[in-house]
Design a protein around this ligand. Structure first.
Ligand SMILES: O=C(O)CCC(=O)C(=O)O
Ligand SMILES: [Fe+2]
Length: 281
């Protein structure tokens, strides 16, 4: 692209006015994205504004530290707190790593057994009170464990911290989801949408989510892959394995859009660990 010709005088005036009115660069970018601009074009337009908007830097933020396994020596196996976790597949953009031998069968069964009672209870409560709006985007049943709530959860959390080199305290409690036939989780981002009014409140508990580890506790018979529609990737939901993905900013450009494809037969159970920027309180 040739420099300096991206924006019309009208657009320039609008951008300057938005910034002068106190709107953030990211809000401006979101408006441009909503209007159909591609991120790289919006970035180029914003960088042209530089001299007109003193104090506003549009230079890319320095690379931040991110959770993730150390793959610098291309290991086939990683010792994670005493367990030999295998590296089955990796992708750079989006950042995706598929792990094998992440959990034992006993651990998978233990988590399911502990979650099952609570799922039953929470479903009863919901039906009785009519509370909790039915979410058509996610038709699985779910519950959360507290961090360190039982021995299996605690062991798994220290394994994850070692594997992904991220403090236990920066992780949310483990979420368990059960998908019956027909259930799915439509493609979504796990980070909190900066444009949503509730997001600043959510971010007070540990900042943004920066990575997700989905662990398969029970394979369905058919269906139920974890899909990454931007890159056409489908990860098979095989018990004991897991898929890790990270996103260094709350932006679709991370290509971290993902979902749980409909389960066609059998039941799929997953445990999800979300990692935050800071200590999650
Ligand atoms: O069930 C899956 O494969 C995906 C789960 C997921 O996206 C989530 O828990 O955020
Ligand atoms: Fe997700």
């Amino acid at each position: 692209m040739s420099g300096g010709q991206t924006i019309s005088p009208e657009l320039r005036a609008w951008m300057v006015a938005q910034l002068a009115a106190g709107h953030s660069v990211s809000a401006l970018k979101q408006s441009m994205r909503d209007a159909g601009w591609h991120d790289d074009v919006a970035d180029a337009a914003l960088s042209e504004l530089g001299p007109l908007a003193p104090g506003v830097t549009t230079a890319p933020a320095p690379p931040r530290e991110m959770p993730g396994p150390d793959l610098s020596a291309a290991p086939l196996e990683i010792d994670a707190d005493g367990r030999k976790v295998t590296v089955l597949q990796t992708m750079k953009n989006p950042r995706v790593v598929v792990f094998g031998n992440l959990l034992s069968d006993d651990e998978c069964e233990g988590l399911i057994a502990a979650a099952r009672e609570r799922l039953a209870r929470s479903l009863t409560v919901e039906t009785r009170t009519g509370g909790e709006v039915l979410n058509i985007d996610r038709t699985s049943d779910g519950m959360f464990f507290e961090r360190g709530e039982n021995a299996i959860v605690a062991r798994l959390e220290s394994r994850i911290a070692s594997l992904l080199k991220w403090p236990i305290e920066f992780g949310e409690g483990l979420q368990i989801l059960r998908y019956s036939p027909g259930a799915q989780y439509r493609p979504h981002y796990d980070y909190f949408d900066p444009g949503e009014p509730g997001t600043p409140t959510i971010l007070r508990r540990g900042g943004q989510r920066v990575a997700t580890l989905v662990m398969y506790l029970q394979s369905p018979e058919q269906g139920g892959a974890t899909t990454f529609p931007d890159v056409g990737l489908e990860v098979a939901p095989v018990r004991g394995t897991g898929v890790f993905f990270s996103y260094d900013r709350p932006d679709p450009a991370t290509k971290s859009l993902h979902g749980g494809a409909p389960v066609l037969s059998g039941e799929k159970w997953v445990a999800t660990k979300w990692l935050r920027e800071r200590e999650f309180t």
